[in-house]
Design a protein around this ligand. Structure first.
Ligand SMILES: CCCCC/C=C\C/C=C\C/C=C\C/C=C\CCCC(=O)SCCNC(=O)CCNC(=O)[C@H](O)C(C)(C)COP(=O)(O)OP(=O)(O)OC[C@H]1O[C@@H](n2cnc3c(N)ncnc32)[C@H](O)[C@@H]1OP(=O)(O)O
Length: 218
């Protein structure tokens, strides 16, 4: 283990597999990793997280759930791999590339002119009073702003700043339209705009700066 790594599966870059603009040069885009049921597994975890948000268990039921979760965590302990070979984030056939940490979205169109996706915030994303937590809206904008930058430049960018204007309430459990695009490119600086709509109603918009990473920049 390196001094900075927290886990034994945090494998540092090597000459054979160098970091290239924040990602490994040999980053695999795949529909195979994790097998055919990986997407269904992610969906079950998402459903569980949503139920936890609303659950008020008895002490007995909480103890039962803890025991079940211990068993599940022990199962997953037998199959942990490093960041660069995990299916999460690389399964382009699944919502949000199979990344459990992102709100589930499905890309409708994507290219150098921008990205359009359908995003559905679920029970897990509840902020208060039945609507979406603003932080989860920002996560969706961040990921899709990064994707718009990547599709514009053919390289990976990191967020320098991200301003989200919350214009109206964002509903849960309803497909919404999210758009991101590079408004202005100034060398490595990518000024990315975005919108989130519920039908015709603007829920939020984005004003952000992404910086294209130099080769080898972490
Ligand atoms: C369909 C294909 C699907 C395939 C998918 C598979 C793989 C993935 C492929 C694509 C990706 C898809 C999705 C994207 C996924 C995720 C996106 C999320 C991104 C993040 O969530 S990432 C985490 C949060 N992010 C950070 O953790 C950044 C911490 N930070 C730094 O790492 C540095 O800070 C950095 C790199 C930002 C800049 O550092 P640096 O050294 O490279 O550059 P430098 O400082 O010289 O700035 C250059 C010029 O930008 C100006 N500038 C800089 N910062 C500014 C600011 N805040 N305000 C105004 N101007 C600013 C300077 O003033 C200068 O301007 P000038 O050149 O005019 O002087």
């Amino acid at each position: 283990m390196t001094e900075t790594s927290k886990h034994e599966w945090d494998i540092p870059a090597t000459d054979d597999s160098p970091h290239e603009g924040g990602f490994r040069a040999d980053l695999a885009i795949t529909t195979e990793r994790g097998g055919p049921s990986y997407g269904a597994m992610i969906e079950q975890v998402r459903a569980f997280m949503g139920k936890v948000r609303y659950a008020s268990p008895t002490p007995e039921l909480a103890d039962e759930v803890i025991e079940d979760l211990r068993k599940l965590n022990a199962k997953l302990d037998t199959m942990l791999v490093d960041e660069w070979t995990s299916p999460s984030g690389t399964r382009i056939d699944l919502p949000s590339r199979g990344n459990i940490t992102l709100p589930p979205y499905v890309i409708t169109t994507g290219g150098p002119d921008g990205v359009e996706a359908e995003v559905t915030f679920g029970d897990f994303h509840l902020g208060g009073n039945g609507v979406t937590h603003g932080g989860h809206v920002a996560v969706a904008f961040d990921d899709l702003g990064g994707m718009a930058s990547a599709l514009k430049t053919g390289g990976v960018a990191r967020t320098a700043y991200l301003t989200v204007n919350y214009r109206s309430l964002t509903p849960l459990n309803k497909p919404l339209t999210i758009r991101t695009w590079v408004d202005v490119q100034d060398d490595r600086k990518l000024y990315v705009k975005g919108t989130l709509h519920d039908g015709d109603r603007l829920c939020a918009d984005l004003d952000s700066l992404f910086i294209k990473l130099k080769p080898g920049q972490p």
